[in-house]
Design a protein around this ligand. Structure first.
Ligand code: AP5
Length: 224
């Protein structure tokens, strides 16, 4: 089997984490979500967490130099030898350049940048209803993807919580940051022939089906 080196792009709340969870079940490759890594660092009170917290609370991006090293080390790790799924990285052109350099220095290449797309108003509605498993981060929505027992995770029974940056005014700021700093990556990856776009307003299972079909086609093309 060939390597699967994937990037998930999209605005906050487009469903990157939701699809990543499904892709992790499909493919045996490690998943690195920059937001999860940063939130864990904040919880543990590490130097990275202390520096990142004020940016995250405002809905701003954490400076490139802090996040690039974290991801470059993971991509270069033994567990990522057969591939990886990156969620929330890169988010700036500087981060994309750093990733390209790291991947090239390992003699590898990206398989695809999967762009999950949804309008701002949908995203605001989704994030205000999002709930997450306090222990393992499994994602739900009170209306669109509810757990079987309200307030508790289906997978491990942990309490579901709301993220601090899911307040509406912070979500609106995160969207501005996305349009300003991350959206240019759509063209960046399109120019490289790596971009694959998905309608994130479809139901989660439908989006997942489209991504799987796209990846199957990419693999077939690679074998030809
Ligand atoms: P991060 O944690 O990455 O947040 P984000 O990109 O804003 O993305 P979200 O996790 O909010 O959304 P998602 O697309 O994963 O949606 P989800 O699947 O949960 O980053 C947080 C912060 O960390 C940033 O603001 C920044 O400060 C910092 N940071 C992170 N990476 C950084 C970087 N590279 N550089 C600098 N700073 C960085 O879905 C949302 C909701 O919708 C859920 O409730 C879900 O159940 C529901 N849903 C999902 N799909 C569907 C669907 N198809 N239909 C209906 N509902 C759906």
């Amino acid at each position: 089997m060939s390597e699967l080196n994937l990037i998930l792009l999209g605005p906050p709340g487009a469903g990157k984490g939701t699809q990543a969870e499904r892709l992790r079940a499909d493919f045996d490759v490690p998943y690195y979500a920059m937001g999860d890594i940063l939130r864990a660092a904040v919880k543990e009170g590490t130097e990275l967490g202390r520096e990142a917290k004020e940016y995250m609370d405002r809905g701003d991006l954490v400076p490139d130099d802090l996040v690039c090293r974290v991801i470059v080390d993971r991509v270069d790790s033994a567990e990522a030898r057969d591939g990886f799924v990156l969620d929330g990285f890169p988010r700036t052109v500087a981060q994309a350049d750093a990733l390209a350099g790291a991947v090239a220095s390992l003699g590898r290449r990206l398989t695809a940048a999967l762009s999950i797309e949804a309008p701002d108003e949908d995203v605001i509605r989704r994030l205000s209803g999002r709930r997450m498993c306090d222990k393992n981060g499994h994602v739900y929505h009170v209306e669109f993807d509810p757990p079987k027992n309200e307030g508790f995770c289906d997978q491990d029974g942990s309490v579901l919580v709301q993220r601090e940056d899911d307040r509406e005014e912070t979500v609106r700021h995160r969207l501005e940051v996305f349009h300003d700093q991350t959206k240019p990556l759509i063209d960046y990856y399109a120019r490289q022939g790596l971009l694959r776009r998905f309608d994130g307003t479809r139901a989660p299972e439908e989006v997942h089906g489209h991504i799987r079909a796209t990846l199957a086609t990419l693999r077939l093309e690679e074998e030809l």
